[in-house]
Design a protein around this ligand. Structure first.
Ligand SMILES: *Cc1c(COP(=O)(O)O)cnc(C)c1O
Length: 333
């Protein structure tokens, strides 16, 4: 089986399981889990922020991060394909009363000036007040695209001038960093709150982090508990994250090379494949996915014409060659 549906399907490696087994733990709701603390400090440092909070999912970290910046009835701007607005089941609205307004972005790519022109920080009692802007990097439904750092910096400075905050959905910020060579700190400096996931390309079974100032993270810690997200001896999961940062970060470049190898067969220009996601426009995506599945290659039909393949550490070169072969035949019908 070659499973390219998502980079979330990876299973913990032997080394990761050993790190999990050896983890020192304590009650994290009491702030006494040394492995969680180590992970939080390490990730905050990597992104150049004061503090971080471990969460069970990226969706929870996004939910907490946006709530720090946007009050009920205020507005979050994001692109129409953003995970926060398409794939979190309305959480920001239903839990925290956040309204959203979206822009269209070709392949998810940010045009800072266009977004800044939408900002309405204070337009009196008639217009919803913009409190924050969310950007996604790399962009999932955009096809793993990396946001140019110049655009992120332009957005950040323009947002600051207008008194508006920036949330960075960096579920795959690691991929963006490895692909572009832009440092994690440079990316971190472009946002007030950042979410990063351990359970995508890094291959940990569970876990994400929200990164921000110490005050904001203290507030997010309270809200996490309020929402039922306080966890006890969770160092066994943090240990997987620390292990992943040590051993699975640089190898993301392999996944990116594998994705470029898949591009051709899906009718995509390899030069437009920045990271580990390939999104092809095909005549009948569900039919192609079903035909490939019969031969043991799994991809996602995200729409009637949208086929997505995601590379990750459980698919090696041989698996990619098999996928190219099977998808090629499935596409010929
Ligand atoms: C996967 C993902 C998330 C959410 O992560 P979960 O752990 O699945 O909740 C958020 N944003 C993006 C861009 C993602 O790809």
């Amino acid at each position: 089986m070659v499973d390219l549906r998502s980079d979330t399907v990876t299973k913990p490696t032997r080394g990761m399981r050993e790190a999990i087994a050896a983890a020192e733990v304590g009650d994290d709701v009491y702030g006494e889990d040394p492995t969680v603390r180590e992970l939080e400090e390490r990730v905050a440092g990597l992104l150049g922020h004061e503090a971080a909070l471990f969460t069970g999912t990226g969706s929870l970290a996004n939910l907490l991060g946006v709530a720090l910046l946007v009050r009920p009835g205020q507005e979050l701007l994001c692109d129409a394909q953003a995970h926060v607005v398409r794939a979190e089941l309305g959480a920001h609205a239903s839990v925290h009363g956040v309204t959203t307004r979206t822009w269209h972005a070709e392949r998810g790519l940010l045009d800072a000036d266009e977004v800044l022109a939408m900002v309405a920080p204070d337009a009196g009692p008639f217009i919803v007040r913009t409190a924050a802007i969310a950007v996604e990097n790399s962009h999932n439904f955009g096809g793993g695209t990396v946001q140019p750092i110049e655009q992120l910096q332009r957005l950040r400075s323009g947002a600051l001038e207008r008194g508006v905050s920036v949330h960075l959905d960096g579920a795959r910020l690691w991929n963006a960093h490895v692909a572009s060579g832009t440092s994690l700190q440079e990316y971190g400096a472009c946002a007030d709150t950042v979410m990063v996931a351990l359970s995508k390309g890094l291959g940990a079974p569970v876990g994400s982090l929200l990164v921000s100032s110490a005050d904001r993270i203290a507030a997010a810690r309270d809200q996490r508990k309020r929402l039922g997200g306080g966890m006890r001896q969770v160092g066994i999961l943090a240990a997987a994250g620390l292990y992943a940062l040590d051993t699975h970060l640089e190898r993301l470049a392999d996944d990116h090379a594998h994705a470029r190898r898949l591009a051709d067969v899906l009718g995509v220009d390899p030069a437009t494949v920045d990271t580990n996601i390939v999104i092809g426009d095909v005549a009948d995506a569900p039919a192609v996915a079903a035909a490939a599945a019969e031969e043991g290659v799994l991809v996602s039909a995200l729409g009637p014409r949208i086929l997505r393949a995601v590379t990750h550490l459980d698919v090696d070169e041989a698996g990619i060659e098999r996928a190219v072969d099977v998808l090629g035949r499935a596409l010929k019908g």
